[in-house]
Design a protein. Structure first.
Length: 213
């Protein structure tokens, strides 16, 4: 029950933060069509990852035995989403936060998406997700999502000239520098994934010792 309440609370916060950010995007860009803005909205890694986190919290909270609940209860899914959303928080605070100064509701949305939800989902993974079933190869499999995202970003940016983040802006940095930035991020994803697997395996060994004691 405690896990279900925790997940329900942060599912509401996660969906609210996404809705608020989308509303602010529409409000702050009145001269741009809603279709273009919606496509751009779902072209941010932050948004896609927070969407995954909100879904992974909603499934076990509302319908644990349904398709979404079964998918989101998977230890591999929860660990992967935890890793992705840690990247969201770290990259934002190290590379993006100093480039602008959000105010009012934008600051609220910013804090929820880049600080509150990463901490909340990592807390969920640490406290409520079974441990000891991950394999080292999982850290490599989890690179599929950022790789697909990188391919989409390159194609979308080449067609529209719009780039979601300055450090992968091919028009300004050039393809070589942007590719180097993305390669560095992939290495970070991989290293963090290995850390997640190591934590999972350590907790799994602890739990097995406690169960046999």
């Amino acid at each position: 029950m405690r896990a279900r309440l925790y997940r329900a609370l942060f599912a509401v916060i996660g969906w609210g933060a996404l809705g608020l950010q989308y509303a602010l995007l529409l409000q702050n860009n009145p001269g741009v069509g809603a279709g273009v803005l919606t496509l751009n909205f779902f072209s941010f890694f932050t948004i896609l990852t927070n969407l995954l986190a909100a879904l992974a919290l909603t499934g076990p909270a509302l319908a644990p035995d349904g398709a979404l609940g079964r998918w989101s209860r998977s230890e591999g899914v929860r660990a992967a989403v935890a890793m992705y959303i840690v990247v969201v928080g770290v990259v934002y605070h190290l590379l993006l936060a100093q480039t602008w100064n959000p105010q009012g509701w934008q600051k609220v949305a910013d804090t929820l998406l880049h600080t509150v939800m990463p901490l909340a989902f990592v807390g969920d993974w640490l406290l409520f997700t079974a441990k000891g079933r991950l394999r080292w190869i999982d850290a490599i499999k989890w690179l599929t999502f950022p790789l697909v995202y990188g391919g989409w970003t390159l194609a979308h940016g080449a067609m529209t000239g719009w780039w979601p983040y300055w450090f992968i802006n091919v028009d300004e940095l050039g393809l070589a520098r942007a590719a180097a930035s993305f390669a560095g991020l992939l290495i970070f994803f991989l290293l963090l994934g290995l850390v997640v697997v190591a934590i999972d395996r350590a907790f799994g060994r602890r739990d097995r010792r406690l169960a046999s004691a």
